[in-house]
Structure formats: C-alpha cells, structure tokens
Ligand binder design. Structure first.
Ligand code: PEP
Length: 257
C-alpha cells in the first residue's frame, strides 16, 4: 500500500462557467470513489468563487494558480492577495509554476515571497520546481532544483515546508506530450527529498512531492508507483473529466494495492 496520494488539476487559462459546471458535476459525482486521494482543482481566479460554491459538501478542494507576494492589501493593480483567495474558499495556491517563471519572468526570490505570502494567508502552497530542457541536457537538473528550493528555505526556513507540497515539473514535459520516464521522475523526487532530509528528516519524510508534465490516464500509474512520487499535478488532462478521473482512479488503486 502506498501512502495517500494527491491529484491536482491545473486548469490554466481555460474554461467558461458552463464548462466548469459540467466538469465539476462529473468530478463531484465520481469523486466519492477515491476516498484515499486528495483531489483539488485550480481554476482561473475569476471562477474560484463559483467553483468553490459548486464543491461545497464535496471532498474536492479548490486552489489558486497564483497569488501576489504582498502580505497586505494596497495599490497593486491586477494582483490578488492571498487573504482574498482564502476568503473565496481556496485551500491551496500554486507558486512558481513554470509558466509564471518562464513566461512572466518570476525570479526564485519572488516565488519564495509568494510561498511565504500563501502561508501568511492560511493557504497551503504548492511549490513548483523544474528544469528546462537545455538545463537537463547540460546536466544541471539538480543544480536548478537546489536553487529553486533553497530560495524558499532561505526566505521561509525549512520549517515552512511542513505541510506544504512540492510539484516537480520538468519544463520540457509540460504541455508537450513528453513525459519524464518513471526513473527520471523518481531520481528528481529523491533528490528533492534528500535536500530537505539534510535539513529536517521528519519534514522530508512527510512532504508530498507531486510529479507534473504530460501526466495522462495511461502513464499515471507507473509514475505514481515510484517510491518518492506522491501523486500528480495535471494540466491538459485535468480539463477532461474522464481523463482526470482515470488519473484519480490510478492513485486510489495504488493506495489499495
Ligand atoms: C501543468 O500545467 O502543471 C502541467 C503539468 O501541464 P500538462 O499536464 O499539460 O503537461
């Protein structure tokens, strides 16, 4: 039996109110079949409130795709404060998703500040880390992961990782259909856990490390079966109820084995 797994769906900038309602109807109905899997969806921020309302009474949780690094309200046009997301019903917040880092130029320091801000508002941060293709090819995967993780440990202290989640998402695997092999995913996850263990063994042992990058119904089981893979952060496949539910089913089956 594997410990409980977590499956999170990052909807990115997709969906309409109507699309969300039909997707959630299926998730809520079928979601009862996965009592040992923590399931969460991350809609665009404008839909968080309606999604949270539709999920009242369901075990499926809601998260935000991003938040502002500020700790207090103020003159920050276009930004959303963690406390506002919490008020709308969010439990989680992604920080440092590769599209935030590489399309919008977020630095490790800014991502770390967002991590701290999420916790300040009572949100559970899901810290996304991962190397780009050129970095992997240059043998720099572990250096990149260390840099991204240490930025958070420097700002928040290792204790800030208690209760947080990490998503290892190799940038070259996100939205490309190219998945890391189970061995590549396991090696990166073990490295992340090892870095934390060198500072706090208890946190390292309990922290949930998700894999993300072209996870689908047909590859989820072998990825999630790896010793240090505690579930997945799912992009494209989270927009289709049958695919997302099949991924949740794979997680439940591993738990039941
Ligand atoms: C993601 O956006 O976090 C992601 C993993 O996307 P995809 O599953 O589409 O690769």
């Amino acid at each position: 039996m594997k410990r409980s797994l977590t499956v999170m769906g990052n909807w990115k900038m997709n969906g309409t109110r109507g699309d969300n309602e039909s997707l959630l109807r299926e998730l809520v109905f079928e979601g009862k079949k996965f009592p040992s899997v923590e399931v969460a969806v991350f809609p665009p921020s404008v839909f968080i409130e309606s999604v949270a309302q539709q999920l009242v009474g369901s075990p499926v949780r809601v998260g935000a795709q991003d938040l502002c690094e500020q700790l207090k309200p103020g003159a920050f046009t276009g930004e959303v404060l963690g406390a506002m997301l919490k008020e709308l019903g969010c439990r989680y917040a992604l920080v440092g998703h590769s599209e935030r880092r590489h399309v919008y130029g977020e630095t490790d320091e800014r991502v770390a500040a967002k991590f701290v801000a999420a916790q300040h508002s009572g949100l559970t941060p899901v810290l996304c880390v991962g190397e780009q293709l050129a970095e992997r090819e240059a043998g720099q995967t572990e250096t990149v992961l260390d840099r991204q993780l240490l930025a958070v440990i420097d700002q928040g202290g290792v204790a800030s990782l208690r209760g947080a989640l990490i998503a290892y998402e190799p940038v070259w695997a996100i939205g490309t259909g190219k998945t890391a092999s189970p061995e590549q995913a396991q090696a990166a996850h073990a490295h992340i856990r090892g870095l934390i263990a060198a500072r706090d063994a208890k946190i390292a042992n309990s922290i949930c490390i998700l894999y993300g990058g072209s996870v689908k119904a047909d590859n989820a089981a072998e990825l999630f079966a790896q010793a240090d893979v505690d579930g997945g952060l799912i992009g494209g496949a989270s927009l289709k109820a049958s695919e997302f539910l099949a991924i949740c089913a794979a997680a439940q089956a591993l738990h039941d084995e």
